[in-house]
Design a protein around this ligand. Sequence first.
Ligand code: KG4
Ligand code: ZN
Length: 379
Amino acid sequence: MKILGIETSCDETALSLVEATGDFTQNFRFAVLGERLVSQAAMHAEYGGVFPNLAKREHAKNLVPLLEAVLGDAKMLQLGHSPTIDLGALLVREPELLEQLVPFLAHYEKPPIDALAVTNGPGLEPALWVGVNFAKALAVAWDLPIIAVNHMEGHIVMSLVTEDGLNDVSYPVLALLVSGGHTELVLSAALGEYRRLGATRDDAAGEAFDKIARLLDLPYPGGPEISRLASDARSAGLEAIPFTSPMLRSDDLDFSFSGLKTEVRRLVEKESPTVEMKKRIALGVENAISTVLVEKTARAADSYGVHTAIVGGGVSANEHIRRELAKRLEMQDCTLLAPSPALATDNARMIALAGYTRALKKEFTEPKNLVAAGDLKLG
Ligand code: KG4
Ligand code: ZN
């Protein structure tokens, strides 16, 4: 089955065309036929965070050129004379997309794709809608079914696969999902079944990185910046500024990161930090976040007898957190699976793959039920 994955939940516009076969066990194989991603991070950097309406406009501008490039890579661009379809009503809120999509569709034949998988949430609503409306328009034009994909499930599925098949996975699987909008521990008894064990009570881990980076005058996204400074500090043998690892000893699997931001703010308000001081702060921040993520994940893995854990979401691109987590879980006979850093952040391959797992179960979505606000079905 050939699935086009569409991801526009935040500041990445991404499309991935995946051909997958087999069920989601031993015989699962896939190949990426075409894939493109445009990051708007540099653009949002000026605002110190993602600006939803700017994200929406950029997604609308990027989608059709990306589609053309992906289909080109997949050798699926066939000039033809497709009948003109009136998408005006469907794309009434996406005039920029409409303007590019209509001539594109008239110019090319329908490609041999079997289904569309689109991120239906969670994410920034205006940004999500562009992807959802794009999927709806393609579904009408090419007569294709749509699979609504939960973005967090995308991160989970991305951690379960290798570059062309499935990792060794034993259920229950424990997932630590750490991104700009989420910090949660999810237990999956079987593929597609999720139960939330704990979550952040305030800021997400990525949000904490981003906000603290801002306090240190570092550009958005802050995670990679802090991680770079922390690693400089480590190699220079600098001492970390000690911060409290929030909720480390609390008797639950929840997190809290806003206090950490306050501690850093107090510190930098007293005197503006030198470059060396910033490195020491970054090291302390990375340590504090890493310590609590590792501790609670290990505790959850132990409580639920987990032997396969995964980590997904943008923050899992952090090498230090990944290393510490793997080391700690190994001690309790639990293997950590994680996608390569480039596939740990938002991408469309994860949406196409998660879509495939749903398509296997014939879980297609009526276009009218695509509402750009999905949540994991958690018990
Ligand atoms: O999953 P993602 O790409 O988008 C969301 O769905 O939020 O995650 C983005 C988040 C940002 O907060 C960014 O600062 C953080 O992931 N991030 C990192 C690193 N790379 C990205 N945080 C810590 N260390 C990194 N190396
Ligand atoms: Zn994400």
